[in-house]
Structures are given as structure tokens and as C-alpha cells.
Ligand binder design. Structure first.
Ligand code: ARG
Length: 581
């Protein structure tokens, strides 16, 4: 609906240009919004106000002119001018009903598909040789939901799990491996089964011994220059570590596979060239033996310049070097139109710097859009970064285990007579969904407080509430098995039917916001409102006990579209639905 009104207004602008009311090269930004108050119609635009300067007329006069030039449309029942020059559109109920009717049975639920683009999505991207911790949860979950939505809307998505498999931490781990082998021979291998402990022990050595630290740095350089011994050890680390990650993905229902892993090491062969190319363009400066790039616009508040370090004095490459190579690859080989980075907001400066450098050095096409879609920190109930009781990093697996056992208690208390296997399966879905939904429903850029109680509540904008709402809608059809809806038609009579219909018609608009700005919380908010609109409808409008068959069938169709929309919406968030809970 919104895009329909938008296109009517675009046509109006074109005719203004032809009539000389607006200059021919005028570029209008047309904004159409849903109204809050139904007495102002369903949709509104401030376009008249936006045109006053270019047209040299007052807004109310322009609003009238827009209305006079608006192409006729069956969807628009009435148009009104309000206040200083807003234009309010009242949508025609039968046109809305037709739109909903068409959405039923359509694979895309009537959502209009945009022009397909190639979108590279860089997400999850944990540092290997450590187990995944809660910090990786946000990137993984938010990224995966945007990926699913992009694919649903017909875009070509290339997932890139840019794992940290090439940094200085590998020197430390290899050095520790070496030390253990010298002390106890090949059995040191065994210690690798618990990466977390292994990592901590290596870090301890690194911090306590300068000699060890030097050896670690040296090994990084050897690894990066292709030394066979180092590389073999390195592959072993990665293999174990990646299989940990994929266990977590599978449990979370995240769509990343091994084939999507394209980590820092994948760019190793290009790093030397990155340095040469920057140098050839005169962009490199020596600073204490390191090669760096100064860009005028990046300075501290005190005015000190903030360089990007490209190569350290010992020859080692850095995070930024790899990212430059990765951008080049995504532009020239993957031919991305957009590259989305779901990475902690604390890396914002890094991305601003490397994006601007990549453009400056012409490593990427001008028309490729680079977008850091950062997220805030997940805090504990004390408002500080999430830690275990003893102050350690919370492992993702432990967190999911706890969510699962709490969900099991919850589901058991609601269904005392349910058998164990069914309980366990429902609890698995509720537990994982609760964790995912709690994260997805928060504004991406804010910090949020992780709370099991809140996420497992049946009240408010939570996974249990929505999963339950879905079972209620789906439940209607269990009681209406003998109804043939093939000839049924949607009719919107009752106020609550119209409200529900209006909500349902917004699904497409919501999805474009999810992919344009990388904001799944918009979809969560929408599904919550949709569930609410359905509840109000269901209370006011008997479905199975409707006045007559036509009404009953129409209401069943509305229920059916609600069920499909809730299910598809949850599915785009990476959440499975349940038939009962
Ligand atoms: N491995 C990094 C970290 O854990 C995130 C990498 C994000 N992607 C990128 N292209 N820099 O902080």
C-alpha cells in the first residue's frame, strides 16, 4: 500500500515537471508514513511541505495541487489536506481486502520483491582457537536474520564468516604447543580438546614471559610466510575450533555452513600486494618502522592523527590489512552491491577508517555500499558486560544449556501431564527462541540487559508470547477441518477486521526496513503488534461461531493469513514455530 501511494506521488511529481510547476531536474524525496490516529486516514505524506521552496508556493496550495494531479487509484477511497499541508490517504476497504486475498497462497505472502542485488554479509566471525562466547551471539543472530530476510526478498546473499584465524593469538598458541611438546612429547596434542583451557594457559605464559612473547610473535611471522610446520599445527587448531562453532550454529538454528567460512587467512596471499598498491599510490608513511596510512579526517579530540597500521615493523600484517584485502575481493570477485558488517559498535572507528581508505585507494567500486551495522553490548543484570559469577567470560554453550533447562521447567509447569519427549522438544524450541528473540527485539545499536526471566515471560514482546500466539491462531484450523475455503472471500466489515487487515498488509514494508537498515527489531515489534491485533479481532469477532458462512469463511481467511505471516516472520528471525506448547 505504502509503495503504491509512493508511486502515485512519483507520477504526480513527474507531471509537475512537465507542467513547469517544478524544475525538470528536481529530485524529490517522497516520504509516506502510517498514521497513528485513524481519523487522519491510513497513510500520510509531508510532500507538499518539501516542495514549497522548489515550487515557490505555499504548502496548502501545493497540497491541493498534488491532490488535483494525483492519478486515479482503486486503493484510495479519500484524500484530505490536514494542518499546515499534510496529505492524508484513506485506503479503500475492498481494495485492501483484495490485496489480502491475493497474499493468501502466494509464496511471498503478497510481498512485492525489489530488484535483486548481490549482498555480502559478514557475520558471526569469531576468533578461532577460543570457544565462542556471548559476544558472538549478537552478530550471529542478527546477521542470520537479515540474511534470511534478504534471501526471502530475492536477493543473492553471500555469507562470509570472517573468522579470526590469522592474528597474533596464533603465535601464542603455537609457541605454547611447542613448549608443551618439548616438555612432554606428542601427548601435548590431547590438551587441545579443551581450547578454552589451552588458550588461557598460553595467554598466561605470554603475559609472564617476555621470551615466550617474542617467540610467539616470531611464529606469527613464520606462519604468515607459509612455514610448513607452523601451518600444519595451525590447521589442527582451526579444525577443532571450527567444529565447536558449527555445533553452536546448529543448535542455534543458524544458517552458516563450513562453506561460508572465509576467514582472515584466506587473504594472506594478497596482503603483500595491498601494501605495494598503497605504496604505489603514495599513501604509506613510515612510523617507528611500521607502515601506516594517515587520513586527514581521522583525529582524536585533541587533534592527534589516528593512522591505520598496515604492516608492523617486524613484517606482521594487521586486522586492517586483511579487511582491505577482503573488501577488494568482495568488490572485484564477489561483485557485491552491498557489504554488510555485523560487528560490535566498539569497532566503529576501525570500519570508518578502512572503508574510507578502501575507497581512497580504489580497492572497491564506487557503487559498492559498505555498511557497518554495529551492535551494542549485552550486559548482565548489574548493567555491566555479561560475565559468569566468578567474573569469567560466559561460554555460549553454557548459556544455551541454562536457557533450555529454564524453558523445560516453564513448559512442564504449564503442562503437568505431558510426556518427557514432547516436553523436551518444546523446551528446546522455547529456550533457543527466547535467547534469540530477546536479542533480536532490542534496537541493534543499544546495549541491553540479558535476563532469563524477562526473555522467558509469557507477557510482553517475547518469544513465548509469540510462539503461544501462533499456536492459538493455528489451533483454530484444528477445529475447522471440514471447511472448504477455496471459494471464500475476505470482506472487511468490523473495525477489528479492518485493523487486522491493515496490519497484515504492512508485512512487506516492514521487511524492507529490516534489510535496508539491518534492523530485525522492527520485524519483532511488528509481529508483536500483529499478534495483538489478532487477539482484539478474535475477541470481538467470533470466527467459528460467526453469523453466517460468508463471514465465517472470511474470518478464517484472515486467521489463515495471520498464521502464515506470524510463521514466516518468526522464520525470518530464525525461530521455529510450535503447533502446541
Ligand atoms: N573476528 C573479529 C572479532 O571477533 C570480527 C571480524 C568482523 N569482520 C571483519 N571483516 N572485520 O572481533
Amino acid at each position: 500500500m505504502k509503495s503504491h501511494i509512493q508511486s502515485l506521488l512519483e507520477q504526480t511529481i513527474e507531471s509537475f515537471k512537465q507542467q513547469g510547476i517544478l524544475p525538470a531536474d528536481f529530485e524529490a524525496r517522497i516520504q509516506v508514513d502510517r498514521t497513528k490516529d485513524k481519523s487522519h486516514g491510513d497513510l500520510a505524506t509531508n510532500l507538499a511541505m518539501m516542495l514549497t521552496k522548489a515550487a515557490g508556493k505555499n504548502p496548502r496550495e501545493l497540497a491541493q495541487l498534488i491532490i488535483d494531479n494525483l492519478p486515479a487509484s482503486a486503493y484510495v477511497a479519500k484524500v484530505e489536506i490536514a494542518g499546515p499541508g499534510f496529505i492524508n490517504f484513506f485506503i479503500d476497504d475492498s481494495a485492501l481486502a483484495n490485496q489480502l486475498q491475493a497474499a493468501i497462497g502466494d509464496a511471498h505472502l503478497g510481498v512485492k520483491l525489489p530488484t535483486p542485488q548481490t549482498v555480502v554479509v559478514d557475520y558471526s566471525s569469531p576468533n578461532l582457537a577460543k570457544e565462542m562466547h556471548v559476544g558472538h551471539l549478537r552478530s550471529t543472530i542478527i546477521g542470520d536474520s537479515v540474511v534470511r530476510t534478504l534471501e526471502f526478498l530475492g536477493h543473492k546473499v553471500i555469507r562470509q564468516n570472517h573468522v579470526g584465524d590469522w592474528g597474533t593469538q596464533f603465535g601464542m598458541l603455537l609457541a605454547y604447543m611447542e613448549e608443551l611438546r618439548a616438555a612432554n612429547g606428542e601427548q601435548a596434542q590431547l590438551e587441545l580438546s579443551d581450547l578454552e583451557t589451552f588458550y588461557r594457559a598460553a595467554k598466561l605464559r605470554f603475559d609472564e614471559s617476555a621470551e615466550f612473547a617474542t617467540r610467539a610473535r616470531q611464529l606469527v611471522v613464520e606462519l604468515q610466510s607459509g612455514d610448513e610446520y607452523c601451518n600444519k599445527l595451525w590447521r589442527e587448531f582451526n579444525d577443532i575450533s571450527l567444529s565447536h562453532c558449527h555445533d553452536v550454529y546448529e543448535r542455534l538454528g543458524v544458517s552458516l555452513t563450513r562453506a561460508d567460512v572465509h576467514g582472515e587467512s584466506a587473504y594472506n596471499a594478497d596482503l603483500e600486494q595491498v601494501v605495494k598498491d598503497l605504496d604505489a599510490q603514495g599513501l604509506l608513511t613510515q612510523s617507528n618502522g611500521a607502515k601506516v596510512v594517515f587520513q586527514e579526517e581521522f583525529r582524536t579530540k585533541e587533534g592527534e592523527s589516528l593512522p591505520v597500521i598496515i604492516q608492523k615493523a617486524d613484517g606482521g600484517y594487521l586486522y586492517a590489512t586483511t579487511d582491505l584485502a577482503a573488501m577488494r575481493y568482495r568488490s572485484s570477485v564477489l561483485k557485491a552491491d552491498r557489504v554488510l558488517y555485523f560487528v560490535d559498535l566498539r569497532q566503529a572507528l576501525h570500519f570508518q577508517q578502512v572503508f574510507s581508505l578502501a575507497k581512497l585507494a580504489k580497492f572497491v567500486r564506487d557503487d559498492m555500499s559498505l555498511e557497518h551495522l554495529g551492535f551494542g553490548t549485552m550486559n548482565g543484570e548489574d548493567g555491566r558486560p555479561f560475565k559468569t559469577r566468578t567474573g569469567g567470560v560466559v561460554k555460549l554453550v553454557d548459556l544455551l544449556d541454562e536457557a533450555n533447562s529454564r524453558a523445560l521447567e516453564l513448559v512442564r509447569s504449564k503442562n503437568p501431564d505431558m510426556d518427557e519427549a514432547t516436553l523436551a522438544e518444546i523446551a528446546r524450541v522455547v529456550g533457543i527462541s527466547a535467547v534469540k528473540y530477546a536479542d533480536l527485539s532490542k534496537n541493534r545499536t543499544s546495549d541491553y540487559i540479558f535476563s532469563f526471566e524477562q526473555m522467558l515471560s509469557f507477557e510482553g514482546n517475547t518469544a513465548p508470547y509469540l510462539l503461544y500466539a501462533y499456536t492459538r491462531v493455528a489451533g483454530i484450523f484444528k477445529r475447522a477441518t471440514d471447511v472448504d475455503l477455496s471459494q471464500a472471500k475476505i470482506v472487511l466489515d468490523h473495525e477489528k477486521e479492518k485493523d487486522l487487515g491493515n496490519k497484515l498488509a504492512q508485512f512487506g514494508e516492514i521487511l524492507s526496513r529490516v534489510i535496508d537498515k539491518g534492523q530485525p527489531h522492527v520485524l519483532c515489534g511488528y509481529l508483536y503488534e500483529l499478534a495483538g491485533a489478532f487477539s482484539s479481532f478474535y475477541e470481538a469477532c467470533p470466527v467459528l461461531a460467526a453469523d453466517n458462512d460468508e463471514q465465517k469463511h472470511s474470518r478464517l481467511l484472515l486467521s489463515q493469513l495471520t498464521a502464515s505471516t506470524l510463521q514466516k516472520g518468526l522464520n525470518l528471525l530464525g525461530i521455529e514455530t510450535l503447533e502446541r506448547m
